[in-house]
Write a protein that binds this ligand. Structure first.
Ligand code: FCB
Length: 482
């Protein structure tokens, strides 16, 4: 078996039988109907109303109006031919106050969705938390407070009782790094706090929430397969200078190891504990027994991968500039003392994220070697481009097709090398509310005309449908992998 994707003799690369193809969305990004049927406010409803917080002052009030159009979206999934659909449940629909009894009307929406998926033979993959914390909990300190993890446990029990027998795969949290470090550290996501000490505490309370959710899911829904989704990447040092190598290690510590180590090795990385030693409250919130909970065995790991990152130590940024890299002037975490670099000649998406599919293979090998051999699902991968509907009424997004093909090929490389990847989910089914970027970034394989809510399948949708039917991908070299 090839370990480096060099089996170009046969360009058609089949995936193992039963490989799970899917697509992903998240509640706040698509549902709209934010005040309907008893839904309470979330931190994103509040954040969107802070002047300057979100591009164009956009918000999720209507979004893709999926709450009303979900049947149409189910039809799209059938047309696409996916085996699974990953969606998230909005906590404030289920518990408008973040605590107390369940709002049955909120649960009913997800019951209808899950039943609709089952009727169509599509497996629901349910994410319990994709960033829409009930505002009343934020008013009491949000993820900086230990109590929020207790509240999360209650919420999980409600959802598990309601849907435990109909949903097989459960994801506790989506990308807790974003909730904690973008939400409480950089302040660019809800709730918009800029405080490293609180971000560190939020990291722990989110992981604790995950840890408390696992045994609840196991007891209420014994058939459930339980996992967590992390946003992970590879950090390449801009040079082999020891300062740049150390900078890459710090970036890796903050994004990857702060989450992988507690979940799989029951400890926080020493260098990171040292790094955040003097921030308050930081990791002083860790209590005895917490790490035991956090590291309970999982049935799978969800990996979200978009782009690799190249970094240098900030003191060396000037030299990197000379070496013709573009050095970002912005670093949302000044304490890490690093700058990210743009590699000359490497293609980028509309998010300005560099395209390098080989980073995904490298990441998957690293996870297998250092953390877990549990099944892995790529729970998100995809790209935003400046799509448009052409005069023939088509969206010919060949750049997205190339991106998906390269990354699916990269997943194949990892499988060839023995990594236990069991599924792949494109982000996203629909163009949607892209957080701080509002509606200005389109990730969908389906175009959404936001003023009318109309959907239009893009060329990439058709390409992905063929990929699913053939259960194979044509070999693609990773663009910009030099
Ligand atoms: C991930 C999020 C997802 C989407 C993509 C582009 O970080 O989980 O909601 O915004 O990025």
């Amino acid at each position: 078996m090839s370990t480096n994707g060099s089996n170009t003799a046969d360009p058609i690369r089949p995936f193992p039988p039963g490989f799970l193809w899917g697509t992903a969305t998240a509640s706040y990004q698509i549902e709209g109907a934010t005040t309907l049927d008893g839904r309470g406010p979330s931190i994103w409803d509040t954040f969107c109303r802070q002047p300057g917080a979100v591009f164009n002052a956009d918000n999720g009030d209507v979004a893709c109006d999926h709450y009303h159009r979900y049947l149409e979206d189910l039809d799209l999934l059938v047309e696409l031919g996916v085996g699974a659909y990953r969606f998230s449940v909005a906590w404030p629909r289920v518990q408008p106050e973040g605590s107390g009894p369940a709002n049955q009307k909120g649960l009913d929406f997800y019951r209808r969705l899950v039943a609709g998926l089952r009727e169509r033979d599509i497996e629901p993959m349910l994410t319990l938390y994709h960033w829409d914390l009930p505002q009343p909990l934020e008013d009491r300190g949000g993820w900086c407070e230990r109590d929020t993890s207790e509240r999360f446990a209650d919420y999980v029990e409600i959802v598990a009782r309601a849907m435990g027998s109909d949903v097989e795969r459960w994801i506790t949290l989506n990308e807790p790094w974003c909730s904690s470090w973008l939400g409480y550290g950089a302040g660019v996501h809800a709730p918009g706090v800029k405080d490293i000490g609180r971000a560190a505490a939020a990291t722990h309370h989110l992981l604790l929430a995950h840890g408390k959710a696992v045994p609840i899911l196991r007891s209420v829904a014994p058939e459930a397969k339980v996992g967590i989704t992390l946003n992970l990447t590879v950090h390449q040092p801009g040079s082999d200078h020891p300062m740049d190598v150390a900078a890459a290690l710090r970036a890796d510590g903050n994004l990857n190891r702060l989450f992988l180590e507690p979940v799989f090795h029951a400890k926080y990385p020493k260098d990171m504990l040292e790094h955040y030693r003097s921030v308050k409250p930081g990791f002083s919130v860790v209590a005895e027994g917490d790490l035991e909970l956090i590291s309970a065995p999982l049935d799978f790991l969800g990996v979200n991968y978009y782009n690799p990152v190249t970094v240098v130590d900030e003191q060396r940024a000037a030299e990197a500039r000379v070496a013709s890299y573009v050095v970002s002037t912005h670093n949302p975490f000044p304490d890490l003392h690093l700058r990210s670099l743009e590699t000359p000649g490497r293609d980028k998406t509309a998010m300005d994220w560099e395209i390098q599919a080989a980073g995904l293979t490298e990441l998957l090998l690293k996870i297998r070697d250092e953390y877990t051999t549990a099944p892995i699902y790529i729970t998100e991968n995809g790209a935003a481009f400046d799509d448009y509907v052409d005069p023939n009424g088509q969206v010919l997004d060949h750049n997205r097709i190339a991106y998906l093909q390269e990354h699916i090929s990269a997943v194949h490389d990892a499988i060839d090398a023995g990594v236990n990847v069991q599924g792949y989910f494109v982000w996203s089914l629909l163009d949607n509310f892209e957080w701080a970027y509002g509606y200005s970034r389109r990730f969908g394989i389906v175009w959404v005309d936001f003023p009318t809510g109309e959907r239009l399948a893009k060329e990439s949708f058709r390409w992905y449908a063929e990929t699913i039917t053939s259960n194979s991908v044509e070999y693609a070299t990773s663009v910009g992998s030099s």
